[in-house]
Each structure stands twice: as C-alpha cells, then as structure tokens.
Write a protein that binds this ligand. Structure first.
Ligand code: 8YV
Length: 319
C-alpha cells in the first residue's frame, strides 16, 4: 500500500467561501489564523512548519507574520490587489507572492457599474418607497439625474478601469480618464492628467486605481468636492485611495451629492459617521463575488501553491 505524503502546512489569514475552502482543506493542512484567539502565540508555535500564507487582497500579510514563519516559501493572495502584503519583507526573505488577476476583472467592473446606476437612480430608496404602501402611488418618487449622456471620470485605467469605461460607454456616457501615467490603450477617451481637473470635468468619478503609496488619498478634498452637489464618487478599489474624512464631510454637507463604496477604512468595521448618511450606498468589499469568479480565484490560489511545492513555474507571480 502506498504511503500518503504529509500535506504542506499553510496559514490562512481569513475565511474563504466553502467552494474554495473545501479543496484547500483537502490538499493542504490549513491553520486558520483568523479563528485563533491568540494570534501571536499561534504563529510562534506553528510558524516553523508553515510553508505558505494564504491571504486575501484586503488582509495581506505584515512583516511580523512573514518573519514568524521561518520556512515560508509563498504567499498566494486571493485577490488582484497585493498592497497589503509587505513586499519588502518578502523580497528580503525570498518569499514568492502570487495574486488572481484577470479572472475577476469583468465581475468587478459589472458591480462597479451596477453600484453607479443603482445609486444614481435611487433604487434602494425606491424599494423602501414601494414597501411604504399607499405613499408610493400618491406621490412621485423623488426625481434623479439622468445616467446616459452624463460625464464620467475613470481614475485608474488598468484592466478593471478599462472594463468599467467600456461598459459605461455602452450606457452612452462620455468617458474621461486619469492615471498615475497616461495609458496608450484608450484612444477614444479623454485623458486628463490632473485628478482635480478630471473631477471638475465630470458628474461621476469612479476609482479603479491599484493602491500604492503614490495613490494614497489621490482622492483628496479638492477632488472629492469638484464634481459638485450633483456629483457622485464610486470607489471599487481600496479605501486608502480616498481621504475618507473629506468624503464624509462632503456627503454630510452635500457639497457632493452621493457616493457608492465597496471599500471603507477599517473594514469590516464601519465608522459611525456613515450610519447617519442616506446619500451613501455601501457594499461589503465583494466586487468579484460570483460563484464562477470565486471558484477561478480559489483554483489559482491552489494551483500556485501546488506549482511552488512541485518546483514548477508559478501561474500568476507578483514576486
Ligand atoms: C477580493 C480584492 O474580493 O481582488 C482584490 O484585490 O480586494 C477583493 O475584491 C478580496 O481579495 C477577497 O477577499
């Protein structure tokens, strides 16, 4: 009878949907860091057996976690963004990093567009209006601004930004874009190098830029207020791209009409100022949250782990 090989040990930073968790549990010994009440002692006890840290885009892995795992080889990120992984610590220790690009691009764009339309046309309030009974038929629901023909600025013209812009162009919106450097891939869309100027030029501003030190608070007070009292900000990237205090000020004073956010500072904890606002539409950081895409993301995480342990090239390397 053939003897089963011991499974590789992986620390798991946060939960996955069951369809991704089950095959991971089958192939590897998963140490659920997030279920542990004493994370520090947990890592110092299990650290030296751990060869991989499986994490998510927004959770990442910090220097301490990386250094506590003395035999760490790889950090597969379930997500396209790897800004929360300490890449310097990984470089120093020759730890490899992978992510899950491409498979999620179009789902993220779909939801970003859906959030924009939903908030623009007041669909959440309209449901409450219908549920309120008689009133719905005695008065008109408050009128909203048109989507088609409006001007939209896409801040960040990477893979996701391009898909967002393509979809919004299909809604007959006028597209302008801005990025840290001009992208040669958008001949039909107006490039505006300065985010403040872009924001003055548009009614809707949708943020799709990858997070980085350079992009931190690129949506500062001036950019946030520029679309004006009929304007909207949509963020499907990372909270760090937006100065959240300035955004909340603008929403409270209605110097900006509304916002739709999939990401916010300190998530999943929600700052108390959000609770008093009825002009912000919140989502739980789930733009790639479809069965098909989560399955493809989970497969990439497993395939990268397997390739690493088999000494084969990684499928989607970051480092
Ligand atoms: C993912 C993300 O849902 O892809 C990313 O970078 O942040 C998210 O959209 C997340 O990584 C899974 O938790």
């Amino acid at each position: 009878m053939s003897k089963e090989l011991p499974k590789h040990e992986i620390t798991q930073v946060g939960p996955y949907p069951q369809l991704d968790q089950a095959p991971l549990d089958q192939a590897f010994t998963m140490h659920k860091f997030f279920e542990n009440l004493e994370p520090d002692s947990f890592l110092s006890e299990s650290g030296c057996a751990v060869r991989g840290i499986a994490t998510r885009g927004e959770l990442g892995a910090d220097r301490k976690m990386i250094e506590d795992c003395s035999n760490l080889e790889i950090i597969p990120v379930y997500g396209v963004g790897f800004d929360a992984v300490d890449l310097d610590a990984c470089r120093e220790r020759k730890t490899r990093v992978t992510n899950t690009p491409d498979v999620l691009t179009r789902d993220v764009a779909d939801l970003g567009v859906a959030m924009s339309l939903c908030q623009a046309r007041g669909m959440i309030g309209a449901k409450a209006w219908v549920l309120s009974g008689d009133r719905a038929w005695k008065e008109f629901y408050p009128l909203k601004r048109r989507v088609h023909g409006a001007r939209v600025g896409v801040l960040g013209l990477g893979r996701i930004g391009i898909e967002v812009a393509r979809r919004l162009a299909g809604f007959d919106m006028e597209i302008a874009n801005c990025d840290l450097a001009p992208k040669g891939c958008a001949p039909d869309w107006t490039f505006i190098a300065d985010p403040v100027e872009l924001a003055h030029h548009v009614d809707y501003l949708i943020v799709t830029l990858a997070a980085s030190e350079k992009a931190r608070h690129i949506m500062g007070r001036e950019v946030i207020e520029a679309p004006g009292p009929a304007g909207m900000v949509i963020n499907i990237s990372r909270a760090s791209n937006v100065d959240e205090a300035a955004l909340l000020d603008a929403l409270e004073s209605v110097t900006l009409c509304s916002a739709a956010l999939d990401v916010f500072e300190g998530e999943p904890d929600l700052g108390p100022r959000f609770l008093k606002l009825n002009n912000v539409f919140l989502q739980p950081h789930h733009t790639p949250g479809t069965l098909e895409t989560r399955k493809a993301m989970g497969k990439l995480v497993r395939d990268n782990l397997t390739a690493n342990f088999a000494g084969q090239p990684l499928l989607t390397p970051v480092l």
